[in-house]
Design a protein around this ligand. Structure first.
Ligand code: SF4
Length: 190
């Protein structure tokens, strides 16, 4: 396996981007221009860090106590081939759940990355439809269970508010999770 992924950053463990402890990866590059985007630094495809997929595979496998990975960005499906190769390599070694946040609608997607995805949160962020409810950024987006892995785990059944965590990663401040209005305000004021 070879190839690279352009990534913005990763955190080894988070509890706010899906059920259980998760590795979380943000890819670099997105061609949309959603008003109110909180990931503007991840839009430029020339930015970020180029990481060889075997190295990233080893990093993920070195983290103990995570049930799976959540991939966000940026737009994961612009790097679908590399991400599917990464996930397949991890899954060769370990049972690993996969959650992907995308700006595309499910009806626009097909292929290897979708086939490796257990739960997809689809649709672009629409600021005017941001209702501050959990799991997704705006009410046009959907939590779609493509396998049974997370469909019956109870995590997505609740009506919990949004949760965020803040990290320092590689000298950068990182906000993780779908932020509430108050978390966004706090983030902008930091
Ligand atoms: S799809 Fe996501 S990263 Fe891209 S512009 Fe919209 S909110 Fe920002």
């Amino acid at each position: 396996m070879s190839g690279i992924l352009k990534i913005a950053f990763y955190v080894r463990q988070t509890r706010v981007l899906g059920p259980y402890n998760r590795f979380a990866l943000w890819v670099q590059g997105c061609e949309r221009n959603c008003a109110g985007c909180i990931a503007r630094s991840m839009k430029d495809r020339r930015g970020g860090e180029a990481v060889e997929i075997p190295r990233l595979t080893d990093i993920i496998l070195s983290v103990k106590g995570v049930e799976g990975i959540t991939v966000s960005g940026g737009e994961p499906f612009l790097q679908a081939e590399g991400l599917s190769a990464l996930i397949k390599a991890v899954r060769e070694e370990r049972d690993f759940g996969v959650i992907v946040y995308t700006g595309y609608a499910l009806s626009e997607l097909s292929g290897a990355l979708l086939n490796e995805t257990d739960t997809l949160i689809d649709g672009e962020y629409v600021e005017s439809l941001d209702d501050d409810k959990g799991f997704r950024g705006s009410s046009n987006q959907n939590v779609v269970h493509l396998t049974e892995r997370y469909g019956n785990c109870g995590y997505y059944d609740g009506n919990e508010g949004r949760k965020t965590e803040f990290f320092i990663s590689g000298g950068k401040r990182v906000m993780v999770g779908v932020p509430s209005r108050s978390a966004k305000k706090l983030w902008r004021n930091l």
